[in-house]
Design a protein around this ligand. Structure first.
Ligand SMILES: NC(=O)C1=CN([C@@H]2O[C@H](COP(=O)(O)OP(=O)(O)OC[C@H]3O[C@@H](n4cnc5c(N)ncnc54)[C@H](O)[C@@H]3O)[C@@H](O)[C@H]2O)C=CC1
Ligand SMILES: O=C(O)C(=O)[C@H](O)COP(=O)(O)O
Length: 361
């Protein structure tokens, strides 16, 4: 068996090497030439998997070590009888910790008392649910919006998007969908943004196009008093620098980039390939995950979340990710040579080790 894999996937050789040859390559460079004699293709979100990539190849299994699957033409794979697997929930905790760090930084920056704030969560799946766990841990009020789950009979209480947009903090945890009754493309649009109260915060760590980036820039340029924490951008990796400049926190699509999240992603695909091939698994996940110091959000923190940012930053300092991105992209703009897109990808490829720090169920 021959596997072609994104070079940003950890442990591929270790997990698959005993029963397959493995070729690793930068995700954006994987093209049909790499795949002509490949049986399995393992990608991350930067490789568009469709007929243009797979036609006339013998690939029979595609795996994406990610939660989001908007880069995969699943209808084509199904038509061609190509098996598909992804990694639901693999890095959900990392995103929830990113959101907590963003809220903590904003509260510190804007002198907000989080005990008097309400967080509106759009999308109550793996990530959104972990965000609720984190907020409950800290005694911070929240509400949920998820029409598909509500229609499926989920027993949790849900509110309308109109209620969400009145919250002090809005955080998006939906897939990017272009069609259908609940399509999420530009879900956060000019109308939504205009209804957000002065001094509120919008966090987008889902997909760039869930937020209309042009509308977001317009509202800031028009002087609207809302803050943005943006991890994902329309037209990645060629993001809108002016929107970055207008954001409180800007990061290069790394909300899910904990070591554990990346390892779980590869491991979930290892499990899927072993099942597909009838191979007995040699490895167990817990033996692959790093030891990490855990933060016990003590009771007193529940009473005074004012120290949230100061307490959190020793585990994850979101502002350092923001500063690194701004410095690197500013260098690009000053010098010829590298491009914004190349630097965006470099920031992700060379992202420093980050370990998960919360004990969630
Ligand atoms: N920035 C990053 O590094 C990461 C980003 N993501 C993104 O976050 C998204 C969510 O991740 P999970 O929560 O694990 O996915 P999930 O599939 O567990 O949950 C998504 C939820 O969104 C809901 N939903 C769909 N359309 C909606 C709409 N129009 N309004 C409200 N809710 C809607 C679904 O019913 C579902 O409950 C992923 O699809 C991915 O695009 C995920 C991991 C890392
Ligand atoms: O899992 C997802 O969905 C994500 O957004 C990942 O953080 C994407 O990471 P890459 O696949 O782009 O490395």
């Amino acid at each position: 068996m021959k596997i072609v894999a994104d070079e940003n996937m950890p442990l591929v050789q270790e997990l698959f090497g005993s029963f397959s040859s493995v070729v690793s390559e930068a995700g954006r460079k994987i093209n049909r030439d790499y795949l002509l004699d490949a049986d399995v293709l393992l990608v991350r979100s930067v490789t568009q998997v469709n007929s243009g990539l797979l036609q006339d190849t013998k690939v029979k299994f595609v795996g994406s070590a990610t939660i989001g699957t908007d880069h995969i033409d699943q209808a084509y794979l199904s038509e061609q009888g190509i098996k598909f697997a992804y990694a639901p929930g693999c890095n959900a905790q990392a995103v929830a910790e990113y959101v907590l760090a963003a809220i903590g930084y904003w509260a510190d920056y804007a002198h907000k008392d989080l005990r008097k704030c309400k967080v509106g969560i759009i999308g109550a799946g793996n990530v959104g649910s972990r965000v609720t766990q984190v907020l409950e841990l800290l005694g911070i009020e929240y509400c949920l919006n998820d029409p598909p789950l509500h229609e499926q009979g989920d027993s949790r209480q849900f509110v309308s998007l109109q209620n969400i947009q009145q919250c002090d903090v809005v955080t998006c945890h939906v897939p990017l969908t272009m069609q259908g009754q609940h399509a999420t493309h530009h879900l956060i649009n000019q109308q939504f943004l205009s209804q957000m109260p002065p001094g509120s915060l919008l966090i987008n760590s889902s997909r760039g196009a869930v937020l209309d980036n042009t509308a977001a820039l317009y509202c800031k340029q028009a002087g609207q008093d809302i803050d943005f924490v943006l991890d994902v951008w329309e037209n990645e990796p060629n993001l809108n620098i002016e929107l970055l400049n207008q954001s409180l926190i800007a990061t290069p699509h790394i909300a899910g980039y904990s070591q554990e999240g990346k390892i779980r992603g590869t491991y979930q695909l290892y499990q899927a390939v072993c099942k597909w091939q009838g191979i007995e698994q040699e490895f167990v996940l817990k033996d692959l995950l790093p030891e990490a110091p855990k933060w016990n959000a003590s009771a007193e923190l529940r009473s005074d979340t004012g120290f949230l940012h100061q307490n959190l930053r020793r585990f994850y300092d979101i502002k350092s990710d923001d500063q690194r991105m701004r410095q690197k992209l500013a260098q690009v703009l000053r010098q010829s040579g590298a491009t914004i897109s190349e630097e965006f990808d470099n920031l992700r490829k060379n992202y420093p080790q980050r370990l998960e720090f919360l004990e969630l169920m």
